[in-house]
Design a protein around this ligand. Structure first.
Ligand code: NAP
Length: 454
């Protein structure tokens, strides 16, 4: 039985029966049949339906946002923005997929040689709860436009969102069963990957889940894209605009309850402005309101699950035990719900969870660097490599650092890291591999075929 529990008050919202093994096989068969029918459709036909999906998202924004906020606790304003962003990614691929996947002539010794892109079949998506709509749509929109079918295994605590997404694609007019949700715990994923009708797997989730899925998929030679965890460094140089920097850092650490793979997690500040940064950072973090995520005045709702909140607190306590200083927060509030307050740790050093691990919640690790070179060294001193940011008024210098010195899938300057349908998104090292979004995203799960005519 899968349970959706409202993390604001720990009340059970709904229980869902898991699909049995036989039911999952039947769903895969139906999805495969839908894929074969859909293969005959043109880009124009798919595009029209994808635009309808975008319209449905916009027209159902409020009910979908409430569902999301109830199932995983994000502030309602952020849920609404997430639904709008899903509509945007649908529109982006509806408009651009045909162009991204058009044949490309390559001059060779042939009369004609070209690259063409064929769909591959059903792509399995194993998805996390933190952006329950966005993570799914950024995979589904390009893949459906490319002619693939989608099978979603969502995180066990957001089954309501998973089923709502399935419904949107059906209501948009896509072939019935072209996009299906299976209600299943992670123990069922291995058999799904091994099913011959599943052609590839995309996972957004933790690094351990990525390793497990990649090894199963590797054994049956199926391609994977892995969007995993991160411990994004924000490098703050001596000439950074303090107010702009602090505001960006606070948003970066608190958005989505701090439960974002690309949240700023380690704030590495050069000595010259360290004290000023810490004092303003503390002041702004303290001013943020925590409470009912349905109330628009609150910046921070509960964490998505009590056990994850408790694990975050354990990481904080262990870091403090090892010498980190607690400047703000760092306690479990004495009321119902999976709440954790905005927290700042300083004197964070290697060996501490706050330095080495991903802290998936509103806890900022502040680290002092001797100078710019030291700050870059600390930024790269991580097993992850998802996002990063550099703050400096010297744009030429910041650009050069972003381009040449930071080891990450993206590096933003003077603002926090965010995803955008037009830009590739993904990581390196323990943050995974492959890219979503942009023209790169739609080419991950297609057969890049060469045609050569003598
Ligand atoms: P998670 O525990 O890894 O779960 C993600 C999904 O994988 C869920 O559907 C989960 O199913 C499933 N899963 C977990 N272990 C598995 C296994 N061994 N085999 C097969 N499936 C497995 O992660 P989460 O707690 O939901 O999400 C937080 C993590 O996701 C963080 O590390 C965050 O950084 C990362 N994330 C990365 C990105 C990115 O784009 N790079 C974006 C968002 C989040 P159950 O729910 O049934 O366990």
């Amino acid at each position: 039985m899968l349970q959706s529990i409202n993390p604001f008050n720990n009340e059970l919202l709904r229980e869902y029966n898991e699909h049995t093994t036989e039911e999952i096989i039947e769903i895969i068969d139906l999805t495969h049949q839908a894929y074969l029918v859909n293969l005959k459709s043109s880009f124009e036909e798919r595009s029209e339906k994808m635009l309808t999906a975008a319209e449905l998202l916009r027209s159902q924004r409020e009910e979908l946002s409430i569902l999301m906020t109830q199932e995983m606790g994000k502030p309602i304003i952020q849920s609404r923005a997430e639904v709008d962003k899903c509509a945007w990614v649908c529109e982006y691929y509806a408009k651009n997929a045909a162009d991204f996947l058009s044949d490309e002539i390559v001059e060779t010794d042939a009369t004609k040689s070209f690259i063409t892109y064929n769909s591959i079949g059903i792509v399995l998506a194993v998805m996390p709860w933190n952006f329950p709509f966005w993570q799914v749509f950024r995979f589904a929109a390009p893949n459906i436009m490319a002619g693939n079918a989608g099978l979603l295994k969502h995180a066990s605590n957001v089954s309501g969102c998973a089923l709502a997404i399935e419904k949107i694609f059906e209501e948009a007019g896509f072939e019935k069963n072209l996009f299906r949700t299976i209600l299943a715990s992670s123990s069922k994923v291995k058999a799904v990957i091994e099913n011959p009708k599943i052609k590839a797997v995309t996972l957004t989730g933790s690094t351990p889940a990525g390793k497990s899925i990649a090894s199963t998929a590797g054994n049956v030679l199926k391609k994977t894209v892995l969007e995993l965890g991160g411990s994004d460094p924000y490098v703050i140089l001596k000439d950074a605009d303090l107010e702009q920097t602090v505001n960006a850092c606070v948003i970066a650490r608190l958005i989505n309850g701090g439960q974002s793979c690309i949240a700023g997690k380690r704030f590495i500040v050069v000595e010259e402005i360290y004290d000023d940064f810490v004092s303003l950072f503390c002041e702004v973090m303290k001013s943020k309101k925590m409470g009912d995520p349905m109330n628009e005045v609150n910046d921070l709702g509960p964490q998505a699950k009590t056990e994850l909140r408790d694990e975050l607190h354990r990481q904080v306590l262990k870091s403090i035990e090892m010498g980190a200083q607690k400047l703000l927060g760092g306690f479990i509030p004495d009321h119902a719900g999976a709440f954790y307050p905005p927290t700042i740790l300083t004197d964070v050093r290697p060996g501490m969870p706050a330095y080495d691990e991903e802290l998936f919640g509103p806890v900022a690790s502040v680290i002092k660097a001797i100078d710019q070179e030291d700050a870059i060294r600390i930024a790269n001193d991580t097993p992850f490599g998802l996002g990063a940011a550099v703050f400096s008024q010297n744009l030429a210098l910041a650009e050069s650092i972003a381009k040449n010195n930071i080891n990450a899938g993206s590096c933003f300057i003077n603002t926090f890291v965010k995803s955008d349908p037009r830009l590739p998104f993904g990581g390196i090292n323990e943050s995974g591999y492959g890219r979503e979004l942009s023209p790169f995203g739609i080419k991950e799960f297609v057969n890049i075929k060469t045609v050569f005519i003598k």
